[in-house]
Design a protein around this ligand. Structure first.
Ligand code: 3NM
Ligand code: MG
Length: 528
């Protein structure tokens, strides 16, 4: 006999409550799901009497055996023994793993629910065959969930397992809780550490409550086995290179990236605040992009197919606006087009902190840009100074601390993060660099920071669809275009202050985008 080799890719956990199963027959739903490609099934029934559980378990086992898929029983070791199925899944409050192992023997598959690093390492070292890690997102399906860990929590548990011991490093893992077709790829991608990734996803309602469980399973399996559209063609940096080499390499590519915006005229779709719509649209035009200021989420599906990029700027967030951001974010993720998130005033109010959480659990944000307080808030730590408004406060951190925050957030989200300030810090979690271009006049005109998000979206959108795309390089190009144009504008004779600066800045942005030769871009070495 021996232990069967298990494929954890798509793990179906059952639920027989009317709210989820409806009036369907559970055995028929499971058969449809297994036909559709579910690779593992767990009978989870928290209410039925023992006799009824054994009866349904026998019916399910008859189905799963025919398709060569293992059947596990939630919690009930006695039911698993009675039907002779492949194993059990135990929670932290159920029978302990060593006892279950003693009763079921070495060949049984025994999985354990874990929600913390300690629980995960303990279960792995006690010989769990796999770990269920959750709860990832809030879910209606389980009423007593202990904690919502998000993709960041999932990633930190995987990272701890990877370094704890050989048993912990090699234990297969699945994640559970609110996993749906529209978030599974992002969860798999964002939770992966360099040495450990989840082996599959466990779902209840996405399949059991689906009108056609066979089709739902088939579609879900395809999704789980396909890399996300939003990472298509994106180059990833394997290891931190010498910072001078990184800067040199990025700077060398800046002229071509600026010209790409000029030549391609990419769409920059802005869902931005009421204050900056006009200015941001003018900045987009000045750098050669094609702006659309469209705040209605229903439009985003069509707009995402036009090959541009989206800016979500929550500067004047409202409940309706938040729903629109979420719709647009999902549409751009599905189309594989970049999203720039500007968490304006993130630390200022509880509404904004909640908005950040809602947006970040709704989709993948390719690029996050903000000032020191905003980026620190997004990382989930108290901002260094209480923010009074949406404008930048003076820096409370030194450059090393700022770089550490940016690098940590980018590594956690597996994206690109830019923290603006007198010195800007940008990182993809591996490559991190500081840029000290810019001019104080930028701080005296409203909407400049927000319009930088627009320029970044244009640079991100101008990268070739099939790749190679380097979003860190796009951010650096946009930042240098923006800040050096500001320096040139401020240096002009006709610029006397913030009023005359604005038209000069637009002119210099437009002039800069046509400056072709590498030799004219020597000043770019100011990036370090
Ligand atoms: N266990 P859905 S969450 C059964 O966190 C279960 O351990 C969880 O249902 C845990 O896929 C959960 O419908 C319910 O969100 C998952
Ligand atoms: Mg349990």
């Amino acid at each position: 006999m021996g232990k069967p080799k298990v494929d954890y890719s798509l793990y179906l956990v059952t639920d027989s409550t009317p709210a989820i199963l409806g009036d369907k027959d559970l055995a028929q739903v499971v058969e449809a799901a297994v036909k559709g490609g579910v690779t593992l099934v767990q009978l989870r029934d928290k209410t039925s009497d023992t006799g009824a559980q054994i009866a349904i378990a026998r019916r399910l086992h008859e189905v799963t055996r025919r398709y060569g898929v293992p059947l596990l029983i939630n919690d009930r070791v006695d039911v698993a023994l009675a039907v002779g199925c492949e194993g059990v899944h135990v929670g932290q409050d159920d029978m302990d793993l060593p006892t279950a192992r003693k009763l079921l023997g070495p060949d049984a598959i025994i999985g354990v629910s874990t929600g913390t690093v300690e629980e995960a390492i303990t279960a792995a070292e006690q010989g769990a065959d796999y770990l269920g890690i959750g709860t990832v997102f809030s879910t209606q399906t389980k009423d007593n969930t202990k904690r919502i860990i998000g993709t960041a929590g999932l990633r930190s548990i995987l990272a701890s397992l990877a370094s704890a011991s050989p048993a912990a490093a090699s234990v297969p893992t699945v994640c559970i809780g609110g996993i749906k077709p529209d978030n599974a790829q992002r969860v798999i991608y964002q939770s992966a550490t360099p040495t450990k990734a989840i082996d599959g996803v466990a779902v209840v309602s996405a399949i059991i409550a689906a009108p056609d469980p066979e089709q739902a399973s088939r579609d879900f399996l395809t999704i789980v086995r396909t890399p996300p559209a939003f990472r298509k063609g994106v180059v990833s940096s394997a290891a931190a290179a010498d910072v001078d080499d990184v800067a040199k390499d990025l700077v060398a590519r800046v002229p071509a990236l600026i010209r790409a915006v000029d030549q391609n005229g990419p769409l920059s779709h802005n869902m931005t605040n009421l204050v900056v719509q006009n200015f941001a649209a003018n900045v987009a035009l000045a750098v050669g992009a094609s702006p659309i200021m469209a705040n209605y989420g229903e439009e985003a599906g069509d707009l995402a197919r036009l090959g541009g990029a989206l800016v979500i700027n929550m500067g004047t967030v409202t409940p309706e606006g938040l729903q629109n951001y979420v719709k647009a974010l999902k549409a751009y993720n599905a189309a594989g087009r970049p999203v720039v998130f500007d968490p304006v005033g993130a630390g200022a109010t509880s509404v904004r902190r909640d908005a950040v959480k809602t947006i970040m659990s709704a989709g993948y944000l390719d690029i996050i840009k903000g000032n020191e307080g905003e980026i620190t808030t997004v990382l989930g730590e108290a901002p260094p100074t209480q923010q009074k408004g949406v404008d930048s406060a003076p820096s409370a951190l030194d450059e090393q601390q700022r770089a550490a925050i940016v690098r940590r957030l980018a590594a956690r989200e597996r994206n690109v993060v830019l923290m603006t300030g007198a010195t800007d810090v940008v990182s993809d979690g591996v490559r991190t660099l500081a840029v000290s271009n810019g001019h104080p006049l930028l701080g005296q005109v409203t909407g400049t920071g927000c319009s930088l998000g627009t320029v970044i979206s244009a640079a991100a959108a101008a990268q070739p669809v099939g790749g190679p795309r380097d979003l860190l390089a796009a951010v650096v190009a946009a930042l240098l275009h923006f800040e050096i144009a500001a320096e040139w504008a401020a240096a002009r004779q006709d610029v006397q202050g913030p009023g005359t600066f604005v038209p000069a800045f637009l002119d210099e942005l437009a002039r800069f985008r046509r400056m072709p030769a590498q030799s004219e871009l020597r000043w770019l070495s100011t990036a370090k």
